[in-house]
Design a protein around this ligand. Structure first.
Ligand SMILES: [Zn+2]
Length: 303
């Protein structure tokens, strides 16, 4: 995958709270917490569910950021102007991903889709869903409707989880989080009981649907037009898809439990779905390109 060189980036989709010159500065801050804080994408489904429905106003969104978290997008605006920049820099790539993903959902849902930002942080962050550290991985907070990410997660995904990684994998991570935003907008969260777990739990269904939504975006990523009418993303290859599937497998509950947790698989503790399920639902979205193929709440067969 690559970004169209002349594509124009819009850094307003991102809020940079990393401090001046914070280009990937936060290495080493990945706080694991008690053994396994790093449950990969969206630990905060719990928070997500607890966060509940409202919080849609811009004022509400801003109140999510703690006082010590100043937004300063000047470095991003300076550095991330074109698709060529996105090809060179991870943070610019994320700016482009956020743009492409939201262009897709806007096109599909029209006024039902409300654009929202991704917050870059290092180490820890205050949100309307409470405080979080990098160790939790990227997450979506429904109460302020923002996606949060410490970009060092992409390194962690390779180094700790052993994923192959790559630009498309990073985009998949973002697309998964925006999948949670779509669920929030559509009221799907309400179908999940806070704190539940298990192989057919609402939590797992919500996560697998977010994977499927990510796949649906990926299916259209090369054609969805940006503001200029051209797609931002080009050349998604079979290798990219393989890498996304590889990443999906490494953030499956069973993989994490076996390799980064207790060493034993406990299905009753599943919150995100098994490796195989996560792959299957990403594929379901990718192959069909149709979010209506992602109704994980309607099926008895989650894979
Ligand atoms: Zn998730």
């Amino acid at each position: 995958m690559r970004y169209r060189e002349s594509g124009s980036l819009d850094a307003s989709g991102v809020r940079d709270t990393r401090g001046r010159g914070g280009l990937r500065g936060g290495r080493g801050v990945a706080v694991g917490g008690g053994g396994l804080g790093l449950v990969g994408l969206v630990v905060v489904v719990l928070l997500q569910v607890l966060g509940g429905g409202d919080g849609g106003s811009p004022a509400g969104a801003f109140s999510g950021l703690g006082q010590d978290q100043t937004v300063d997008n000047s470095t991003l605006e300076e550095n991330c102007r074109t698709g060529a920049d996105a090809n060179e820099s991870v943070e610019c790539a994320v700016v482009a991903d956020v743009e492409s993903i939201q262009d897709y959902w806007s096109g599909l849902l029209g006024e039902r889709y409300a654009r929202t930002e991704t917050v870059f942080f290092t180490g820890s962050v205050q949100t309307s869903c409470g405080g979080a550290t990098s160790g939790s991985g990227p997450f979506y907070c429904p109460a302020d409707q923002l996606v949060y990410i410490d970009l060092t997660f992409f390194d962690q995904l390779r180094e700790q989880f052993g994923a192959q990684g790559g630009l498309f994998v990073d985009a998949y991570v973002l697309a998964h989080e925006y999948g949670h935003h779509v669920q929030n907008l559509l009221g799907t969260n309400a179908r999940v009981t806070p704190g539940e777990s298990g192989p057919t739990s609402g939590s797992v269904r919500l996560e697998l649907q977010a994977d499927c939504f990510a796949g649906a975006w990926a299916h259209h990523a090369e054609t969805v037009p940006d503001e200029s009418g051209e797609p931002l993303i080009a050349d998604i290859t079979d290798d990219d898809i393989d890498r996304a599937l590889d990443a999906a497998a490494r953030i499956g509950d069973d993989y994490i439990q076996e390799n980064l947790g207790s060493g034993t698989v406990d299905q009753e503790a599943f919150t995100h779905g098994s490796s195989e399920q996560r792959q299957r639902w990403f594929r379901a979205g990718y192959d069909s390109g149709d979010p209506s193929a992602c109704d994980t709440f309607a099926t008895d067969d989650l894979g």
